[in-house]
Design a protein around this ligand. Sequence first.
Ligand code: NAD
Ligand code: IPM
Ligand code: MN
Length: 361
Amino acid sequence: KKTYRIASIPGDGIGKEVMPEGLRVLKAATKAFEFEIEFVQFDWASCDYYVSSGSMMPSDWKQILSGFDAIYFGAVGWPALVPDHVSLWGSLLKFRREFDQYINYRPVRLFEGVPSPLAGRKVGDIDYVVIRENTEGEYTSLGGIMFEGTDREVVVQESVFSRHGADRLLRYAFDLASKRARKHVTVATKSNGIAVSMPWWDKRADAIAGEFPDVVLDKQHIDILTARFVLQPGRFDVVAATNLFGDILSDLGPATTGTIGLAPSANLNPERLFPSLFEPVHGSAPDIYGKNIANPIAMIWSGALMLDFLGEKAAHDQIVGAIEEALRTGPRTPDMGGNASTQDVGAAITQLLQIRTPQPD
Ligand code: NAD
Ligand code: IPM
Ligand code: MN
């Protein structure tokens, strides 16, 4: 039997509540399919670890994690203990950069049974994927503050784009679109206002589009693009965006499908030189932590994406099928209009998976 080695890192807040549900579903999947998973859990990459050790991770974290086939990650951030830029640059953003996970794959889908805040939208009306650049762009720690503490304070924060980085992101998006029915890529831009990087980004989009004559390129400024996510979600198939624009779009999209509590993400190094990382789009949600009402579906769906990337497509499809069925019939957490607990939803999906994929005992 094939055995995958997975590092599981719950992190902070509801990361610690949704991780057990994700593990429960993945373990049920291994029973029905021809593979095993060996999980090793780490309590670092968390603010608790920072408080006790003075850093977010042990110094040999990269060596430790390099030995795994993938990283299954909850959420990081507990601003009451550690400033967010310290905890995130000390963990998640380090993973994305040092493991060159340059694709952040974030699907957005409206499910039957989950009320959309957009009037009249039904299943099939919202179904696209945000391909977010994940290693460069607006996310940098380059810059500085001059005359700090005086009323002459001046702040400079640099953005960094490379042809290598833009081209590989755009090529991934076009290649993905060429394999989908609609063959359509929306590229988020802001070349009217951001006068150096964004006109350049548009040119890279045109150049890469030229390699994919069967795929339609639709460049849209980010402002109207956000409006169309709300007003005309049916326009979108694959949406390619820089790091910051992609971050914003990948909360907005799931909000239009009812909740960010079910949005998954895959932080991919497509060349498999380093482990890829699978995590919910959402964060540690301090406002609901401890109440046992966090929606575990983002975590569970992220686990399915992990299996797909590892080559277990059938297991992915069965988990997504169980999620669809649970949303149609089963318990719902409060963010989806119900009053179920985190475990109720995890248990319902596990049970449906077991029915769909009979478990040998
Ligand atoms: P958040 O995603 O944690 O929460 C935003 C809102 O959505 C909250 O009202 C929360 O209760 C709700 N929510 C989020 N996930 C939910 C779920 N699974 N079920 C039900 N409701 C859910 O965003 P935030 O409040 O901006 O950030 C909180 C902390 O998390 C910060 O430290 C932030 O930096 C961090 N963060 C981490 C990640 C990550 O690890 N990938 C992502 C986003 C934010
Ligand atoms: C996400 C998060 C992170 C990001 C934060 C926590 C740094 O919002 O994964 O979407 O901006 O990438
Ligand atoms: Mn985000």
